[in-house]
Ligand binder design. Sequence first.
Ligand code: SF4
Length: 509
Amino acid sequence: MDGEPARAAQESGAPSGATLDKRDVLSGLRCHQKLWFEFHEAYAPELVPDAEAEMRFAEGHLVGARARLAMGDGVHLAPGREVAQIEVVKRTAEAMERGERLLFEPGFTAAGASVRADIMARDGDAWVMTEVKSSKWPEKDRDREKKVALHLTDIAVQRWVAGEAKVPIARANLMYLNPECRHPDLSNLFTSVDVTARTAPVVLALPAAVRTMHAMLRDAEPPKVSVGDQCTDPDECPFHARCHDTLPDHHVSELYYAKKQARTLAAEGKTMISDLSASDAPNAPAKRQVRAVTTGTRIVEPGLANALTAIARPIAYLDFETVQLAVPRWPGCGPQAMVTVQFSVHREGFADDTTRQYLARRGSDPRPQLITELIDACAGAACVVVYYEAFEKARIRELADWFPEHASALMDISDRIVDLLPIVRDHVYDPEFHGSFSLKKVLPALVDLDYSDLVIQDGGAATAGIYRLLFDQGLDADAQAALRTDLLAYCHRDTEAMVKLVAKLKELM
Ligand code: SF4
């Protein structure tokens, strides 16, 4: 299942003196240095799961439980996280010996590696192995290849170790959340794809790769690995800051929207943005960035005044927060739907300039009340200002699809949206943006306001906080109240930030 926590090393007879689990092998295939850090510094602060990771674990466990339910009666060999691998391996062998036909979380240890499969079903004298993912099977054909490629090695490692443990695997499947499933009917929550043939070449390469990892782990010092695509693909490596923080401010890697070009420029010896000329930059904001950094000044384009005319009073400054649930909880929602459960609206230029906020409460579907209050909060606004309209427009479209009786009023809000982000991106660059136009970077550079005084300081922490607020049964009333206050403060700051930003942009005209 997605999102297993970091583990401590286990002793074995393997060359490094330990057994590598699936997560280790995947890390080693991505970057030896990452594996070395995870193995020798298992308690490094970077490996402590944050609130977002905890949220993913919780949803991953729900998906696992649903998958077992969907498969039928089987033997669960490792219920809970605490069962030791040696015990799971023993239970697996005994269950196979007894002739059990369906195993949940069977374990194998062989060739210096240990794995736990999600599901194995007997097929004649062999087994069908299934890896359950908490992510959604792509609706578009063109995205499916990429999705399978991302997860192929997961199941290949398990297939290899099972094979080394003399357990024949006839087929290997990846099981995803079905994009067509809609709450409340979860009978079609999963869809599977057979990847047997595609795992074969990966399996062939694993013995040598894992031997090399064991040898590398014997070294007392981490291997030297250059930073590269592996640091952010398929996700940000937990050691990203450790490996990258030696880069100075205005390093060429900060060049806006120009990852590949930045690597080429660095290879040519142009390591700092101040080494560049405008022709080195691949897009207009990056050219502006080069000008700003080389001159050490904030650049403001003359078109800013005209761009700001799109923001007509009275204004509703709008920001949404969402929760994303692998297993849908509310009617009409599919797996991993991003559901709007919080908003803040700052009203400016009205007879009553107030702030309106809504934050879901646990227990019932929050969307009907949110929609009513949102329509009311935006009523009478000539324009609705957001920062990055694609997000808010998509969420409004979804709310309209779920509640067609409010579609007209919701789409009227969407039609009035003015996006502040391109106004900034296309007209202003301050060296303190450091190649990013996110509100978190733009705000402290232009306005005397940031998020450092808040308990919740970014969108990911807000999403995880909302998840806890709505679904964590261990949260007592006081903790819920405190979390609620923190979440309201965060969303409020997002809209307050836009109010101040627009005022500042008008000063800069
Ligand atoms: S940040 Fe990059 S180089 Fe450093 S450990 Fe992670 S993947 Fe390896």
